[in-house]
Design a protein around this ligand. Sequence first.
Ligand code: HSE
Length: 384
Amino acid sequence: MKAAILGFGTVGVGVYEMLQKCEGLEPGPVLVRAGKVNADYKTDDLDQILSDPSVHIVAEVMGGTEPAFTYVSAALRAGKHVVTSNKALVAAHGLELNALAREHGVAFLFSAACGGAIPFLHNLALAAQTDKILSVGGILNGTTNFMLDAMQTDGCDYGEILAEAQRLGYAEADPSADVSGLDALRKIMLACAVAWGVLPSEGLNHEGIDSLTAADVAHFKEKGLVCRLLAHASLDECGRLSAFVQPVLLPQTAQEAAVKKNFNLAKYHGENAGDILLSGQGAGRYPTASAVLRDMSAISLGHRNMFPAGLKADAVHNELAKCRYYIRLPREAAGAFTFESQEEDGGLVRGVTAPMPVSRMHALASELRASECKLFFAAMEESK
Ligand code: HSE
């Protein structure tokens, strides 16, 4: 099977190199930007790729929603199987792309878009057919895990370690998606869609690590706590969904605390299976390219869909999920919260709240930041 590649950045180069060495698969033309065609195998003409009957699969690894959405839609309409690593695309346009792929009888697979090299979405899609999935989540961003691990273990500076994550090809083109938690949010949206057939459309919350300081990390260390950025989604007894991303403070013995470098820990809980945990490299050229090629191999085995046929969009209800929160903020803003325990640290208060709704905490943080208040917050242990 011949696979064309749209995009020749970190992942695209990895896919091209792997395809050259892979039995049963071969690289087709590579779409690059106009003015960047500097080799025979590169083209800036999508129609040339889509009209080529020898191209069976189109791998979209450009990132971003446009022109990726236009190109992937055209590829599906042209009867090409599509694999993508682009979580922004699938989170924004999953419904339309799922419908288009089914209409044209071609595959639409995106396991590289969630968990890097980890075969998470394939596994979850299979489990969801025969077991009731009660929760999904875990560490789903390699860049921030790499940063948190280095800050905790080696006392690294935030800016320097972010630059290192970019240099190693872990971060997005715009790394604010990583450090703000948006990248992990897109991934948990995909997991919700695979597990429950619901692509969350409203009510989501995400908080990243962009307000974290070296002093915060030193403070956690003193208390024997480790900070990780966790995604979480679950169903309550009435079938209502909550889904959010936020930093979480964990005891050193927690499984997530042992996840190092650019690794992810993707997990789900099935009513019958219980806890399933999958770990591997969550970011980087070859780990991500390996997942793109695995999807191609799944196509050759007849696999076509990760999303269920009746995929729909719906709101989530984060007012139903509650966490205790650790909050660091200036003393004059501390009255916005009722703390069960607190300590003063210079002009700062570091306090822990009683359990409060996730949506309330995220809304209060936005309100305070709108009035220039600098704060960091993290849930204590994992949200239930
Ligand atoms: N920037 C992403 C991450 C790449 O760090 O997890 C893999 O999706």
